[in-house]
Design a protein around this ligand. Structure first.
Ligand code: GLN
Length: 486
């Protein structure tokens, strides 16, 4: 059991040194999921048989003294909006409740090539829309640090299962912060790579110009290893970046001397919780002590990012979700009078309230007569925000801020107030709008022992500097070894 709480890299060493077998490790993960998941609700479904089969293959390789990939045999969970052949992919929605994927997402193919046992599908906000995981049609997810608090969303299940050591690694998707926010609330590390670095083929689309898949882990080394396993050009995704990923794992330990760190002024202003502010200031001081140069950076247009996001994301979602109409796949309403009635009833019964709200907002923003006023204007401001970032990155190598102005909030405390819920993403959304890589890592705890996350944003395509600087800080702070008492 103790081994389950270790990092993937430590587990890899234990496997190679034959201190434990991959089958024992996967079985320990199954036992822990059985023990905890009724309470936590991290998983929508489990695939333990195929995970044990993969583990057996890894053990056979080890027995023959064959070299195994770094993440072979390490238990992992997939967010339930990623297709894996023969398994249910529900997006935590009634409309896809019984949908079985006919093919593997590119990331799943890559995990299989690396002999990574996939333990199951992690719960999420319906269609990845939300910040608390309370929008799942099936089950809420609870925060492993305090069961009365939310784990963050939308990848709440993916974060809770890693934080609670049900599994060691997981994948999430991030459209406006859905990897970083739950990582921050659950005290682990979550990383959204540059837009296009990781193939979206087989990820059920929310907002195609913003969506990006990325890793969750308990250390920077772990998320780097998982990122490297899934990143790279994919001809099946037309927005995939056709550029070298580079060997970051081998170059992580460069330190922070001479690093130029920009502290985003607007994200440390009023409204940020005092404990969060102190932890971020402490992280910045730590960078300074490590030899980094600190600069305050102003991003004046940041305040418009939420407005821009809720036009762009809902517009794209309204188009992407048009395919769920009861004709091709998924749920179909019964007792319909004609085709139109079938469309209407299927969508009325199949989608939850938040998804409907987004479809209506997006359809409105794209409707003729309003397009110029909303969608076009939002895209123009998006461009200006990107220019702000480009200017900032002439002066500094990374930008830092709190991942969220607060720590995890109580279950049900914002569920009936969508606007307040949307504001939790104030710090994370802009990196999706500009395509930049961004990470959240634990840097402290508030007075109630809830984790605090630091966000680090990098230059587009410069995952190397971002991960190197995160590693330097993590090693100095040492907080990443903390686990919840669950
Ligand atoms: N919380 C944001 C939203 O509700 C971001 C979601 C995401 O990144 N998938 O849209």
């Amino acid at each position: 059991m103790e081994l389950l709480k270790k990092t993937a890299i430590e587990q890899h060493k234990a496997l190679v040194n034959k201190e434990i077998s991959a089958q024992e490790l996967v079985q320990a993960s199954i036992d822990r999921i059985e023990k905890l998941d009724k309470t936590l609700g991290s998983f929508n479904s489990l695939t333990v048989e195929s995970a044990l089969k993969t583990a057996k293959e890894v053990d056979e390789k080890i027995a023959k003294n064959e070299e195994i990939p770094l993440l072979a045999g390490i238990p992992l969970a997939l967010k339930d909006n990623m297709c894996a052949v023969g398994t249910k992919t529900t997006c935590s929605s009634k409309i896809l409740e019984n949908f079985v994927s006919p093919y593997d997402a590119t990331i799943v193919e890559k995990l299989k090539q690396n002999f990574v046992p996939i333990m199951g599908k992690a719960n999420l906000d319906e269609f990845a829309m939300g910040s608390s995981n309370e929008n799942s049609a099936f089950n809420i997810v609870r925060n492993p640090y305090n069961l009365n608090k939310v784990p963050g969303g939308s990848s709440g299940g993916s974060a809770a299962c890693v934080s609670s050591s049900e599994v060691t690694l997981s994948l999430g998707s991030d459209t406006g912060g859905s990897i970083r926010l739950p990582a921050s609330f659950c005290g682990i590390t979550g990383f959204k790579p540059t837009y296009g670095r990781v193939s979206r083929y087989g990820l059920i689309a929310f907002a195609s110009s913003l969506d990006q898949i990325g890793p969750f882990g308990r250390s920077v080394e772990d998320v780097t290893a998982l990122y490297e396993a899934i990143a790279g050009y994919d001809p099946k995704d037309s927005t995939s970046l056709n550029e070298e990923v580079g060997n970051i794992s081998a170059n992580l330990k460069t330190g922070a001397k001479g690093l130029k760190v920009g502290v985003i002024k607007e994200l440390l202003a009023d409204g940020v919780n005092e404990d969060v502010k102190l932890a971020i200031e402490n992280a910045v001081k730590t960078y300074e002590a490590l030899g980094a140069e600190i600069k305050e950076i102003s991003l004046p247009l940041l305040e418009h990012s939420i407005g821009v996001y809720y036009i762009v994301a809902t517009a794209e979602a309204s188009s992407n979700l048009a395919r769920f109409d009861g004709v091709k796949y998924g749920f179909r309403a019964q007792d319909c009078e004609n085709l139109l009635d079938m469309y209407c009833k299927t969508r009325a019964q199949g989608f939850g309230p938040e998804v409907k709200r987004r479809i209506m907002l997006g359809t409105y923003a794209l409707s003729s007569g309003y397009y110029d006023a909303y969608y076009k204007k939002a895209q123009q401001i998006r461009r200006l925000i990107a220019q702000d970032f480009a200017r900032a990155f002439k002066e500094v190598d990374i930008l830092v801020s709190p991942t969220c102005p607060t720590t995890a909030f109580d279950l049900n405390s914002k569920a009936n107030n969508p606007l307040e819920m949307y504001l939790t993403d104030i710090a994370t959304i802009s990196s999706n709008l500009v395509g930049a890589p961004a990470l959240s890592m634990p840097v402290g705890f508030d007075k109630d022992e809830m984790p605090i996350g630091l966000q680090i944003i990098g230059r587009n395509k410069d995952e190397m500097t971002l991960l190197q600087s995160a590693y330097a800080l993590e090693q100095e702070l040492g907080i990443y070894t903390k686990r919840p008492n669950i």
